[in-house]
Design a protein around this ligand. Sequence first.
Ligand code: NAI
Length: 328
Amino acid sequence: STTPVNVTVTGAAGQIGYALLFRIASGAMLGPDTPVRLRLLEIPQAVKAAEGTAMELDDCAFPLLDGVDIFDDATAAFDGVNVALLVGARPRGPGMERGDLLAANGGIFGPQGAAINAGAADDVRVLVVGNPANTNALIAASSAPDVPTERFTAMMRLDHNRALAQLAQKTGTGVADVTNVTIWGNHSAKQYPDVAHATIGGRPAPEVIGDDAWVTDTFIPTVAKRGAAIIDARGASSAASAANAAIDHVRDWVLGTPAGEWTSVGMVSDGSYGVPEGLISGFPAVSTGGAWEIVQGLSVSETAQAGIDVSVGELTEERDAVKELGLI
Ligand code: NAI
């Protein structure tokens, strides 16, 4: 039998955690042949709730689940970790300024990055889900100088999947017919969802959609503001869809993206597409099972570049703010 993969999930007692852990344990993330050991990290007040979730994980009798350990200490939780899902974050409270939010999250993601640096396995891969995801990933990466920055990623996959669903519905196709959408920039309302290189049923998406105004006036804002629409309808933020996107992101990273298809990944910029080097931004990316690679050489229209630049401008501001706070 194979050695279990150590998967650490932070914020394990939260709503995304509850939607995520059972799917990891069932094999949806790493495949049907890979046993997993779950390591749950929570704050002390939520450890009891995490223990309840662990009881339910036992009660599922998942054949691939090697065991569940619960921690309230980051150093212990990340010891030997192969896949780290950083979900727990500090939400924006009433009257909280952006600087306060960034500082509060720096107090979480800085120490977690240091704990990953200290104890993670050599092949560690990190996905940051907790918002502001891109900048939290940057903070964690800069607190882990011995781990290649490429191993720290931020989740753009939920935005990507939202885009696939909108395009399939608009064109009366299935989501599996839609490929090569890109979500550029920040996981925020200023993201730039891009269909220029997408295909639907093998044909250029703009041609199949046949309605450029819909793309600009409906598609882009619907995808970018979907998180708020979910909160409005559900009275709580996206959880099962966020967990599903995290599963998709790690699965494609570890097992590879389908031939000829890319997905959207928040990853460190090498300077491509005018994104300043070192920022963690949404890019089109592929994996063959090792590292994420940015898809190079795509033509970008002036309009698209302007959309990318706006979103990247926001990332630059966030980076400047955390630099000023001494968090990176
Ligand atoms: P939640 O509030 O239900 O759960 C968060 C959990 O994190 C809580 O159980 C809390 O105790 C825990 N936590 C807080 N600080 C922690 C720390 N230092 N170490 C370990 N655990 C800690 O929140 P939910 O709905 O599960 O969302 C989690 C995060 O994911 C939020 O920041 C949310 O904004 C973000 N999110 C990101 C998305 C994306 O596409 N990137 C999509 C949806 C949500």
